[in-house]
Design a protein around this ligand. Structure first.
Ligand SMILES: N[C@@H](CC(=O)c1ccccc1NC=O)C(=O)O
Length: 326
């Protein structure tokens, strides 16, 4: 049921914990916020925003609600261009060593591995397409997938949420038939992990203590098994981001803070190179699309979403940049 949200007066319509699967489960839900009823938005003027939270595929304390600080800081200009905002939860990998909320071995919602996380994200997006016109055809391009009369969308992902969005557009862990909507026109990638093998290599002694190295290994093995081959196949830098693969893509903001204490800068450097290799131009948006822009952020890894102001700023910029392509 729709409920009003007193803390976010600029987003008066809020649907909390909507189940995106036929059999409802605890984590396969999403939250929606709309500045106005959907029928009062226009696919030629408004876009959907879809957020995917981080937490290393396993942290139960990082949920769809990590978007709230960003929502508080959305500008009137951004809101005037947004049809709706969704924030997706998905099943997690085991975290038996979590200090406050360890996972139990029989908890089906917290014992999955790749490709279940990305499959959940794809199901959520299919639900958003079917119920909320996300990723639909706008009516005048012949073959852009999705339902007629729909909205273009922009994905935002923090940390492993950025990884998941890259896997989504390059179909890593997915079959074409798993995806029933058009791809995003833009991505805001924040402090993402794009190469799992170098993520581990960069967090081994002597670069860090054996205790820290163990945490990184637990994260990657917990979500992707012990197989080096599996790490390689699941990494966005092994994916394809060509025009043929992701035809809707126009703008990628690769955002990274040099104060990030958890994810190293090499991740964003490698991903930028991958996009360039697949035909993307680096630099400012000249209006003709397929541009990857580097955006410098400040602050620590989680402070980026805890504060939210820099994410809201990037949303302002990307909706402006994407408006040319609607
Ligand atoms: N809070 C997480 C750690 C975490 O999120 C993380 C740690 C290192 C590098 C990246 C991380 N998050 C990415 O989604 C945990 O407790 O596992």
């Amino acid at each position: 049921m729709p409920s009003s949200n007193l803390n976010l007066p600029h987003l008066p319509i809020h649907h909390a914990s909507q189940s995106y699967t036929d059999e409802p489960t605890r984590s396969r839900t999403l939250d929606l916020w709309l500045p106005r009823p959907l029928e009062d938005s226009d696919p030629k003027k408004h876009v959907w925003i879809v957020y995917i939270h981080g937490g290393a595929w396993r942290d139960p304390l990082q949920t769809s609600q990590t978007l709230l600080p960003t929502l508080k800081h959305l500008s009137p200009i951004a809101l005037s261009k947004i049809a709706g905002i969704a924030s997706i939860d998905y099943r997690l990998s085991p975290y038996p060593k979590h200090p406050d909320e360890p996972s139990k071995p029989d908890d089906a919602e917290r014992n999955v591995r790749h490709p279940v996380h990305i499959a959940d994200v794809a199901s959520a997006l299919n639900y958003l397409g079917a119920k909320w016109k996300v990723g639909g055809k706008d009516g005048d391009s012949e073959d852009d997938g999705g339902e007629e009369g729909g909205f273009k969308w922009i994905g935002i992902g923090h940390s492993c949420g950025a990884t998941l969005l890259c896997q989504y557009v390059s179909r890593i862990g997915l079959h074409d038939s798993d995806i029933k909507i058009a791809g995003p026109v833009g991505l805001i990638l924040l402090e993402g992990i794009y190469d799992l093998s170098s993520f581990l290599k960069n967090h081994k002694p002597p670069k860090c203590s054996p205790e820290i190295a163990q945490i990184y290994e637990d994260i990657v093995v917990g979500a992707f098994t012990e197989s080096k081959e599996a790490w390689k196949k699941a990494s966005p830098v092994s994916g394809k981001f060509t025009e043929e693969q992701w035809k809707e893509g126009r703008l990628v903001y690769l955002c990274y803070s040099n104060e990030d204490e958890l994810v190293e800068v090499e991740q964003a450097v490698e991903m930028r190179q991958k996009l360039k290799d697949d035909g993307w131009s680096a630099g400012k948006d000249a209006g003709d699309g397929r541009i990857v822009e580097r955006k410098a952020l400040h602050g620590k890894h989680d402070w980026i979403w805890e504060d939210g102001t820099q994410i809201a700023k990037r949303i302002d910029e990307i909706v402006e940049g994407i408006a040319k392509h609607l």
